[in-house]
Write a protein that binds this ligand. Structure first.
Ligand code: GDP
Length: 730
């Protein structure tokens, strides 16, 4: 049984995936070199039994082809015609699946070669090709670009060098060199032999293949094979394998009665030739090669390759076994130290990630309930109230009257000037009709979005931009879906407040206290801003500038009044003293930036005075007495309106938006993230995280080494038991 080579080819392919520093981990394969037109392709095709290599006058092999031949036992009793069932090629790197039409293989190889840019000449990156067939032995062959003999126009010197470098890389130990030379070219001129002699002077791992035997007289051919001129320990094999149309069909025809053994791929042409010249290729009776028959024919070559490869692999076995053991120990140690032997899978990582996301989401949900939404909305509405107060009351010069009226205690609220009644209604409307539904919903939606974006940006989703995007996208979709409904609900429910707001005495005092502290805060901010300017300009300078601005404003006011009066009294002109600048406190160094600041400071000090008055009023007994004083205390009343709006909004936002979102989000994680990914995508997802990728890589490496160590361990046992040279199943 061809166990060893076959198993070791498997091992070789596994080891190839493991990046390793140790050269010891490389198992030998057969490297095919030869000059262009030496018949290299023809030999390979004869071995495989199919025409599959691209042909052309121009050099077409630009990348190494790593050809793995895998022997699949023919099914007994089945006609050769059914070979297509078990005979196929595949490109593991391309994922094209099984290819049974070998012209398709040829086309694919052609395309892959042509994809190498002309400027690059050749590429180091091998093409992997596997051929499964009952007609092939288990072998690994590497086809390399043919040596260029003569530099020509379209094959520059550079190409020659690059091919040499590439071949040089592959013909190193432990590989076996298949040096292809044409019989009609002097061996002394064979670039393949020349290259092999440099790395393998004794020819211990070089097999010579002499092609085109039919082109020289048989005695000349036989002389070459006699291995006298350039001796190789592994010898020369002579072949005739000119590819011609129909060659392989006829070969298969011969094998109808194949008896489950590998089909003989000797072409008729080849067997005819060696049969016709049998007496030249007999074992010589005398001399160095007495009794040794020269090796001829593709079949012989194939057997020779199998033997040599198996022997070579056999002798590599112990070295490999040790090297694998060393690597395995190292990998196991690292795995223990770094990961405490914890095995992960892409699935487990993804599941953990999703669980972590849900957990963090739940934490957010727990801290973003009614009280938080309430605080959020109340704050926004308080600000809105402050704006309305500033606009309606605090910048109205009559407002201080309210305090006096309130203090006077004389006036009943309904005796109050209609002006104040109206003002209060307008302010309340400005608040209730501000679009509370949309505003409050938007506020909460924005807060949720910010939080989700934060979740999607933080570890480990920073490694998974696509998943992060998806999270943001489906959250936005839920929020968008709930937005309209929620906003409408809220708007509907605050509708009564647009007509009337009833305030209970119990609510009033709480509202009053809240409004006092809000106005206090406003006053603090106002004073702080004023002091800021004062600090910037210096107290004296600011005072001067403020006096100047006041004076100028006063003068302007007087001038306007005078002009109006003049217009009334119809053109009794120029009586005003406004042009008298003599008592003007102008200082020439007041620039416009300074004056702007001064105006601001003026405004702030007026506002500050106003707020103090208002505070006094809000703290007054009159205001404390109850809701019927609302027109005197707009700050308190509006605060209570805002409170009611908030309460209503929170109630509906909680039901329509929050509860829905908190329910749907975790379900969307499962539907849109987890179940959305197939096995490959899951793998890709896990590997996006560098730490996980490292973990997975080491784990895979360890597993592969364990597998390989197991296979090799078994082989070492078998090899020890049956250490005989030929165990072929053919
Ligand atoms: P490569 O460039 O080394 O791959 O060479 P090919 O296999 O393409 O062969 C070059 C040419 O030599 C082709 O025209 C083949 O048909 C021809 N050739 C290959 N082997 C033989 C052979 O054994 N006998 C004869 N007469 N021609 C051959």
């Amino acid at each position: 049984l061809m166990l060893l080579t076959r198993k070791l080819i498997e091992v070789r392919n596994i080891l190839k995936d493991i990046d390793h520093e140790s050269d010891q981990l490389t198992l030998p394969s057969i490297v095919v070199i030869g000059s262009q037109s030496s018949g290299k392709s023809s030999v390979l095709e004869a071995i495989v039994g199919h025409e599959f290599l691209p042909k052309g006058n121009n050099m077409v092999t630009r990348r190494p082809i790593e050809l793995t031949l895998i022997h699949t036992p023919a099914q007994p009793g089945r006609a050769a015609i059914k070979d297509t069932l078990v005979e196929y090629a595949e490109f593991p790197g391309l994922g094209l699946g099984r290819i049974t039409d070998f012209s398709h293989v040829q086309k694919t190889l052609y395309d892959l070669n042509m994809a190498v840019p002309a400027a690059e000449c050749v590429s180091d990156e091998p093409i992997e090709l596997r051929i499964h067939s009952p007609h092939v032995p288990d072998l690994t062959l590497i086809d390399l670009p043919g040596y260029v003999q003569i530099a020509s126009m379209d094959q520059p010197d550079e190409l020659r060098e690059r091919i040499q470098t590439l071949c040089q890389k592959y013909i190193q130990e432990p590989n076996i060199i298949l040096a292809v030379c044409a019989a009609d070219v002097d061996l002394a001129n064979s670039p393949a032999l020349r290259a092999s002699r440099q790395v393998d002077p004794l020819g211990l791992r070089t097999i010579g293949v002499v092609t085109k035997m039919d082109l020289v007289p048989p005695e000349v051919g036989a002389a070459i094979l006699s291995n006298n001129k350039y001796p190789l320990s592994l010898g020369y094999v002579g072949v005739v394998c000119k590819s011609s149309l129909g060659m392989f069909q006829s070969a298969q025809g011969h094998d109808r009665a194949g008896q489950g053994r590998m089909a003989s791929m000797v072409t008729k042409q080849e067997s005819d030739y060696f049969n016709a010249n049998r007496e030249h290729f007999k074992a010589p009776a005398r001399g160095r090669n007495a009794g040794v028959e020269p090796m001829t024919g593709t079949d012989t070559l194939r057997r020779r390759l199998m033997t040599v490869l198996e022997e070579s692999m056999g002798s590599s076995l112990h070295g490999i076994a040790n090297a694998v053991q060393v690597e395995l120990e190292e990998a196991s140690y690292q795995f223990k130290v770094q990961y405490n032997d914890r095995t992960i899978t892409a699935e487990s990582y993804a599941a953990e990630t999703m669980d972590a996301l849900k957990l963090r989401f739940n934490q957010f949900a727990a801290h973003f309930g009614k009280p938080e939404v309430r605080a959020l909305l109340k704050h926004a509405l308080d600000e809105k109230v402050m704006d309305i107060l500033a606009q309606m009351y605090w910048s109205d010069a009559r407002t201080p009257e309210l305090a006096q009226l309130a203090d006077a205690r004389k006036l009943a609220p309904d005796q109050l000037d209609k002006y104040w009644q109206y003002k209060l209604d307008a302010s309340s409307s400005a608040l209730t009709k501000a679009g509370i539904g949309r505003m409050s919903t938007q506020l909460v939606v924005d807060a949720i979005r910010t939080q989700i974006e934060h979740l999607a940006r933080s570890e480990p989703f920073n490694h998974h931009p696509e998943a992060a995007e998806r999270i943001v996208a489906f959250s936005s979709a839920i929020l968008r879906e709930r937005f309209g409904l929620t906003a409408d609900q809220v708007e509907n429910c605050v509708k009564p407040f647009k007509y009337e707001v009833e305030v209970e005495p119990a609510e009033w005092e709480a509202g009053r206290q809240r409004s006092v502290s809000l106005v206090e805060r406003e006053l603090d901010m106002c004073d702080a801003a004023f002091n800021g300017i004062k600090k910037l300009l210096g107290g004296r300078r600011l005072k001067g500038a403020m006096e100047y601005v006041t004076h100028m404003e006063e003068r302007e006011r007087r001038r306007v009044q005078a002009r109006l009066r003049a217009r009334e009294e119809s053109a009794d002109a120029s009586t005003d003293d406004a042009d008298d600048d003599s008592n003007d406190p102008t200082r020439p160094d007041y620039n416009s930036a300074l004056l702007i600041k001064a105006r601001e400071a003026l405004f702030l000090s007026e506002r500050s005075r106003m707020l103090r008055t208002r505070l006094g009023s809000l703290r007054s007994r009159r205001c404390k007495s109850g809701p019927e004083t609302k027109a005197f205390c707009p700050e308190t009343f509006l605060n209570i309106v805002a409170e009611k709006l908030t309460y209503t909004a929170v109630m509906f936002i909680n039901i329509e938006l929050l509860a829905e979102f908190f329910y749907q989000f975790p379900r969307e994680i499962d539907a849109k993230l987890m179940h959305h990914l197939d096995a490959d995508q899951l793998k890709a997802f896990a590997r996006e995280n560098p730490a996980v990728k490292k973990h997975l890589d080491l784990q895979t490496r360890k597993q592969k080494l364990e597998h390989v160590a197991g296979v090799i361990g078994d082989l070492v046992k078998v090899y020890k038991q049956k250490n005989t040279a030929s165990r072929w199943a053919f």
